[in-house]
Design a protein around this ligand. Sequence first.
Ligand SMILES: *Cc1c(COP(=O)(O)O)cnc(C)c1O
Length: 409
Amino acid sequence: MKPHGPIPPGFAADADGMLLIGGARADRLADAAGDTPLFVYVGALLAARIAEWRAAFPETVQLHYAMKANPYPPLLAFMAERVDGFDVASGGELRAALASGMAAEHISFAGPGKRDRELEAAIAAGATLNLESIGEATRALAVAARLGITPRLAVRVNPDFDLKGSGMKMGGGAKPFGVDAAEVPALVRRLIDAGADWRGFHIFAGSQALDAAAIAETQGQTVALAARLANDVGAPPPLVNIGGGMGVPYFPGDTAVDAVAVGAALADTLAARDPVLATSRFAMELGRWLVAEAGVYLTRIVDRKVSHGETFLVTDGGLHHQLAASGNFGTVIRRNYPIALANRFGGEPAETVSVVGCLCTPLDRLGDQVALPAAQVGDLVALFQAGAYGATASPAAFLGQGPAREMLV
Ligand SMILES: *Cc1c(COP(=O)(O)O)cnc(C)c1O
């Protein structure tokens, strides 16, 4: 038997032992969707998460949603009414963000490799471009001149540090992201001289960290770097986007980030900030932390078999929807995500089984030798922490399987 990650709070069973998701029975949700596999996202959990963040962080800090974590249109529309901005990373995400109802002035567009037509779409819409390189800055200024529009331009800084303990390092050393800190002041002066509306700095040092002290330390370094750069520029940045980094517990032994501690430390950092940042506004951009726990992936058991003494529950889902849970998306050692039998949620484990998907590859394993209540063909398996980097971060077309259904309840 191998352990699985902690089931997130907010889920319970009804009297029959059926998992309730946002108050609705998992089997009824699958019926309503018409088929499995199915992602269910719970609006009440999203709203609670946003409220938790707002209670923990200073009122002066804005909350942005990094929509690559989950761009499902109904979820985006839900978030658009509740957060202060969206961060997008492609022309396609920009279109989805605009369609969600989020105002263009609250959308910022980061990401390397923006094509001229994407720069044009952002400038024409009035969104902010987080410039990733000097070459991109030159192209953005040229596009703006051609359109006759004053562009909103911020500079993404490649910081000289990274977020300790983060699952994905996005700064420090040679990186395709952002402009090396040493080159930033000259670039900002060039943008201002060219007549652009300089919006400030974007500094993103890492992702999926659970250690509040490490996040707080990085935020301190981030604000200090923004002040140093602003002093070199000789102008205050209107907005400093200090990145995100708050992760969620996926694996055995992981514990939730202490958001209250991070927020309190940020309040102290901002209270002591360099005077050059006195009038600046600040934003955090979060993807995973906002949406992961609000999502459940439901997949149905199609077959049950024993091979050389190991019991397999073969499901209609798999890595084509949950690549990360299969251990094939940026993990070195495969460990089990939080998983449960939806039909007997919270029931005593009765057997050790491996839950696999329907793809013809040994990589397609959703739960490796996990202890679950006795399961039958037709039962539903629930994978948790499925609200982020699931449906759109997995190869849905692989083996002709196609996308999962999705619903917001
Ligand atoms: C991916 C990304 C995020 C979101 O990261 P999460 O771990 O989902 O919070 C935020 N900002 C930038 C620039 C990103 O690329």
